[in-house]
Design a protein around this ligand. Structure first.
Ligand code: PEP
Ligand code: MN
Length: 264
């Protein structure tokens, strides 16, 4: 069902208020790795509004490698996130980690994010197949593109056709970067499926200085959008600070992404 053979016309998702994802527009989503406080959200949302970025990312349930690391503000944080975003006309993409969260999060998100560690959580995918909200599925840490498409098939066949695929880098033998951003995925996925493809250069390379370069490369490779981490003080971020852009870097990237998209 997610194949181009089944549907030739590219899928375009409408999040409302003129926010679209898919062919014909460049989707930008930025924000912190983790939602940390109302003050932080206020600053980041202002940065997004100033730059006409309509979608904010940010986790409230965080899949951390260490159980002692910051694991997010949870539902209370999401409710604040939602209220503040609504007041400013911003849409929300945030990670759902387990089946039990789908229902409680439902009314407070615009796009459910399935994280790389949950790409093959088939119960979660089944549950998301039953909701009427877009789902962005990230590629598994060591997942093939076929596996990513198979995960998308779970959601689609469950009845939810509002899907977005996200290339976020895979684990390879290379240690110079956090992950290896596989830009090959973009033209391959665009050819194989009718779904929008978004690139996450932050997790893809994991090094702040190189994030803009890889973001621009993602757009040139044919991505429908870019999702990246931005924070008012990346050095103090509760998670992923080393791959997070400050506002100045973010603003410059947004300008350049729009230029490059015009060139494509
Ligand atoms: C994130 O988006 O902050 C995240 C945890 O991403 P991934 O699942 O790709 O590691
Ligand atoms: Mn992160």
């Amino acid at each position: 069902l997610v194949s181009r053979k089944w549907r030739v016309r590219p899928t375009v998702l409408d999040l409302g208020d003129g926010v679209r994802i898919g062919e014909g527009s460049l989707t930008l989503a930025a924000g912190p790795c983790s939602i940390e406080s109302e003050k932080q959200m206020e600053l980041i949302m202002q940065h997004l509004v100033d730059n006409d970025v309509r979608i904010m990312r940010g986790g409230v349930f965080k899949p951390r490698s260490s159980p002692y690391a910051f694991r997010g503000l949870g539902m209370e944080g999401l409710k604040d996130f939602h209220r503040m975003a609504r007041e400013r006309g911003i849409k929300i993409v945030t990670e759902v980690m387990q089946v039990s969260q789908v229902e409680e999060m439902h009314d407070y998100v615009d796009v459910f994010q399935v994280g790389a560690r949950n790409t093959q959580n088939f119960n979660l995918l089944d549950a998301l197949g039953g909701v009427d909200k877009p789902v962005m599925i990230k590629r598994g840490i060591s997942g093939t593109l076929e596996e990513l498409l198979s995960s998308a098939e779970y959601v689609f066949s469950g009845g939810n056709e509002k899907l977005i695929l996200c290339e976020r880098g895979i684990r390879t033998f290379e240690t110079a970067s956090r992950n290896t951003l596989d830009l090959n995925a973009v033209p391959i996925l665009k050819e194989k499926t009718h779904l929008p493809v978004i690139v996450d250069p932050s997790h893809g390379i994991g090094i702040r200085e190189y994030v803009p370069t890889m973001a621009l490369a993602g757009v040139m490779a044919g991505a429908d959008g870019i999702i990246y981490e931005a924070h008012e003080k990346p050095e103090e971020a509760a998670s992923d600070g080393a791959q997070t852009l400050n506002f100045q870097e973010s603003e410059r990237l947004i300008r350049n992404l729009r230029k490059v998209y015009q060139l494509r």
